[in-house]
Ligand binder design. Structure first.
Ligand code: ADE
Length: 224
């Protein structure tokens, strides 16, 4: 999978992609990520990318020309399955969306900034609008890192223990059960006996029960 990220502050994006999951995915040739600085497509000597909002109001709006120039340059090279715009008024990201996106070949992620982008960008270039939650970030860059992480770790072969993505919270509408590691007792706080029993069917049943209990307590909406 190839991910092209268009951003106003691409510097915000570099570090997350140089470590752990991304690093492994890139090294294994399973994913590649390219950053595009929108300002390089800006207008005139000042490389203008934003302007005042027609009709007035505070905040600058990202202009359509630089975005069109960048997206068109990418589309001239290859086909894209999706052009995703990150915005707090998009569809809230969830695991099924990440699963579906992990099967795509090439995607563009456009990060918003300031008051957002000219609506015509959304109407004519964007195929999916995604929010990473009901709060407002200063820009879409960090949201892009979140989205890309959620997608890339699901690409087959990226996680070393392939089953681990399958037991994540949300993968089956249940939150993940509690986990423990050594020591079996610390300051008198004990690991549940069942996990030390070696009885796999009983351990599986306990985990299922705990996952259900946790979901019922914290996210009853997932069970309906
Ligand atoms: N840009 C600003 N806030 C955002 C959010 N919550 N999700 C996606 N993009 C954003």
């Amino acid at each position: 999978m190839r991910i092209d990220i268009i951003a106003v502050v691409p510097e915000l994006l570099q570090s997350p992609f140089q470590h752990s999951i991304f690093k492994r995915a890139v090294e294994k040739g399973l994913a590649s990520v390219y950053f595009h600085d929108l300002r390089q497509y800006g207008l005139g000597n000042y490389k203008q990318i934003d302007d005042y909002s027609f009709g007035g109001g505070a905040g600058m709006v990202l202009m359509i020309e630089p975005i069109d120039a960048c997206i068109s340059a990418l589309k001239a090279e290859r086909n894209y399955d999706e052009v995703i715009y990150l915005t707090p008024d998009g569809h809230t990201l969830n695991q099924p969306m990440a699963n579906a996106l992990s099967l795509k070949e090439n995607i563009i992620i456009l990060c918003g900034h300031y008051k957002g982008v000219d609506q015509r960008v959304r109407d004519h270039f964007v195929t999916k609008e995604i929010s990473i939650g009901d709060y407002v970030l200063s820009g879409g860059e960090l949201a892009a890192a979140v989205l890309a992480d959620a997608i890339v770790r699901l690409i087959p072969g990226v996680l070393s223990d392939e089953t681990s993505a399958l037991t994540d919270s949300f993968q089956d509408n249940l939150l993940a059960p509690p986990v423990y590691t050594r020591p079996a007792e610390y300051k008198g706080w004990k690991v549940p006996d069942i996990l030390l029993s070696g009885n796999t069917p009983q351990i599986d049943a306990w985990r299922e029960e705990q996952a259900y209990k946790r979901t019922e307590e914290r996210r009853p909406d997932l069970l309906t």
